[in-house]
Design a protein around this ligand. Structure first.
Ligand code: SF4
Ligand code: SF4
Length: 394
């Protein structure tokens, strides 16, 4: 998959080419999480979003109304999976992503909070407006190698990402990943000057900014002779794998759960029995539905004696989105329910004491949801890396 650079006319042509394949069977409605939580919303379901885009182009109405419709999509990919099953195989997410780029080309302002995130990305290299000098603060005192020069001679990079670098809760996940790697005797480093992968710009339609960040990052990876990248966030991983320039293809790209599943299988990390716990695992959309990584996180949990893994009714390809993808971490929409709260209730139905996940956005959204539901005494939200590290402590 490549990024569709080009002017508005090229984007329009490509979008119409994709959306015209839709046979309007409406089966995808049932899979769309946005449809599930919208009551006042007149544009219905997944194909409703792309049909709005289709008619927006046909009737030359590329405006703020269309923007608000397109930006609601979490880009979870559930609709595409259903559409593949009925053989129409409409690439709805591609169309929506191109539609967002079209809004940019047509000069439609992004939603205010998203605009702020994009401006921060441009100025600070992260969407949170945090100083670059603080990016590696989480790593202080951990004895991590900070890569700045090819003579550092380390070819495995732990790419931390913006949210794990700056968010006080997710910093603990970055710390856990780094410690597991250290305990597994992996020779690795983090970048002294890490920047955003560009994923927020990609999903919000600012392709020029995405391209700039992708080129800067790739140049840095190449300059440092990086051979393997281990990423915290499924969003960054997806962006590297599918949208970076060709040069990235010579680098092995892994989510940390894949890397850890191998370490566990090869018995390169010591695991002890933990006190009996019922754990349910939420498949993050960009790990599962976008990249088919369903088993690695489960293998890690299953390798820990004492953990009983229980599945929610909606799992793997049918997992319910937490609501944080597609730039929605920087936008608030009026919806009758929050997706993350619905998901926490589904986790509670399993009787699990721990809701595990493997994505920074899921973690933040679920922790907020647990607080809103006042279930802090009943269920804890943890990242797979935190659970594995706990089982490694003697
Ligand atoms: S499932 Fe596919 S063909 Fe059917 S309405 Fe949805 S996008 Fe169109
Ligand atoms: S990607 Fe997800 S949120 Fe977006 S239209 Fe498809 S099912 Fe709905």
């Amino acid at each position: 998959m490549a990024v569709e650079f080009g002017d508005a006319d090229i984007l329009k042509e490509k979008i119409l080419g994709i959306v015209s394949k839709c046979v309007r069977c409406r089966f995808c409605f049932s899979q769309c999480p946005v449809y599930e939580v919208s009551d006042k919303w007149v544009v219905q379901g997944a194909s409703g979003i792309t049909q709005s885009l289709y008619y927006g182009i046909k009737l030359n109405k590329i405006d703020e109304i269309l923007r608000d419709i397109l930006m609601r999509c979490t880009t979870c990919r559930s609709c595409e999976i259903l559409c593949e099953r009925i053989m129409a195989a409409v690439s709805l997410v591609d169309a929506i992503r191109m539609g967002r780029a079209l809004l940019f080309e047509e000069g439609i302002n992004p939603i205010r909070e998203q605009q702020k995130a994009l401006e921060s990305l441009q100025v600070f290299g992260n969407p949170y407006g945090m100083p670059t000098s603080k990016r590696t603060a989480w790593a202080e005192g951990r004895g991590l190698k900070k890569l700045a020069d090819p003579t550092d001679n380390i070819s495995t990079l732990y790419y931390v990402g913006c949210t794990p670098s700056y968010d006080s809760r997710v910093q603990a996940v970055a710390g856990s990943i780094a410690t597991v790697l250290q305990k597994g005797d992996i020779s690795f480093g983090i970048l002294e000057n890490e920047k955003c992968s560009g994923d927020p710009a990609l999903v919000m339609g600012e392709l020029g900014l995405f391209q700039m960040l992708a080129e800067q990052n790739l140049n840095q990876f190449k300059h440092m002779n990086i051979q393997t990248i281990i990423a915290t966030s499924p969003h960054d991983l997806n962006c590297f794998l599918k949208y970076y320039p060709q040069g990235i293809k010579t680098i092995e790209l892994k989510h940390y759960t894949e890397f850890f599943a191998d370490l566990v299988e090869q018995k390169r990390v010591p695991i002890r029995k933990v006190s009996k716990k019922r754990v349910t695992y939420h498949d993050p959309c960009y790990l599962g539905k976008h990249n088919q990584i369903y088993e690695a996180p489960r293998k890690i949990l299953e390798a820990i004696p004492g953990i009983e893994l229980v599945e929610m009714e909606r799992n793997r390809q049918n997992s319910l989105c937490c609501g944080g993808g597609g730039g929605r971490m920087w936008a608030d929409f009026e919806e009758k329910e929050h997706l993350a709260e619905i998901r926490v209730l589904e986790a509670l139905e399993t009787g699990a004491e721990v809701l595990a996940t493997a994505c920074p956005f899921c973690l933040i959204n679920f922790e907020d949801a647990v607080k809103v539901l006042d279930k802090e005494d009943t269920i804890m939200v943890k990242d797979i890396a935190e659970i594995l590290l706990e089982a490694m402590h003697s």
